[in-house]
Design a protein around this ligand. Structure first.
Ligand code: 13P
Length: 249
């Protein structure tokens, strides 16, 4: 059985005081949740403050990106040891916004995945096709390229720490969710790919989140699909009550 994992990707929202208030409210609302793993991914500058507020709760802490070198003259970057030092256990890698606006490629995703794993951080590796790619029938080719490239050279042991997030780019922030059937189709395809690359045990154990306009009113239906093991939530994770409702789907 795969424990569902629901993560909030706060993107570039909240100053420190807002981040603390949000997680303080959330902590109380989900204090009795034990059957779902909950993670929040605030902006870098709030990680430490949020970690303090989270003391004594089961909510995990994640970052939204990581650089692949441990340290050095890389102005503006944040490394895996730094994330670990503020209490992160997860890190989102290869989000479509990073691919679109910041030149992320499958190759750099792969480097970041190795950097995260080397510090014991669990990568949440994002994949997803654009609307143009879907409409021209390339969805499965794109997902395959992103999975094969992003997870290249990982061992079965390393893969045990990886979470995948399928986020169709056309569903992110648009209010246009993939239908449960559309999402399930791609999730099953990803699991089949994992089976081909890492074998059946890994494929069956790997959690694959869906992301893209997940809201309280569509979470249950999405999460009841056999290959959907949680959600990566953007907008709806910025309000404690809507994120709570998704967590309690
Ligand atoms: P929305 O939930 O705002 O569509 O964002 C999804 C996302 O990109 C999570 O990483």
């Amino acid at each position: 059985m795969r424990t569902p994992i629901i993560a909030g990707n706060w993107k570039m929202f909240t100053v420190v005081e807002e981040a603390k208030a949000l997680v303080l409210a959330l902590k109380d609302l989900v204090k009795d949740v034990t059957n779902v793993e909950v993670v929040v991914c605030p902006p870098f500058i709030s990680l430490l403050a949020v970690k303090d507020v989270l003391a004594g709760s089961r909510i995990g802490l994640g970052a939204q990106n990581v650089y692949w070198e441990k340290n050095g003259a890389f102005t503006g970057e944040i490394s895996a040891p730094m994330l670990k030092s503020v209490g992160c256990t997860y890190v989102i890698i290869g989000h479509s916004e990073r691919r679109t606006y910041f030149g992320e490629t499958d190759e750099t995703v792969n480097k970041r995945v190795f950097a995260a794993l080397s510090e014991g951080l669990k990568p949440i590796v994002c994949v997803g096709e654009t609307l143009e790619e879907r409409e021209s029938g390339q969805t499965f080719d794109v997902i395959k390229r992103q999975i094969v490239g992003g997870l290249a050279n990982l061992s079965v042991e390393q893969m045990a720490s990886v979470v995948i997030a399928y986020e169709p780019v056309w569903a992110i922030g648009t209010g246009k969710t993939a239908t449960p059937a559309q999402a399930q189709e791609v999730h099953a395809f990803i699991r089949k790919l994992l089976n081909d690359i890492f074998g059946q045990t890994t494929a069956e154990a790997t959690r694959i989140q869906y992301g893209g306009s997940v809201k309280p009113d569509n979470a249950t239906e999405l999460m009841s699909q056999p290959d959907i093991d949680g959600a990566l939530v953007g907008g709806a994770s910025l309000k404690a009550d809507s994120f709570e409702k998704i967590i309690k789907f």
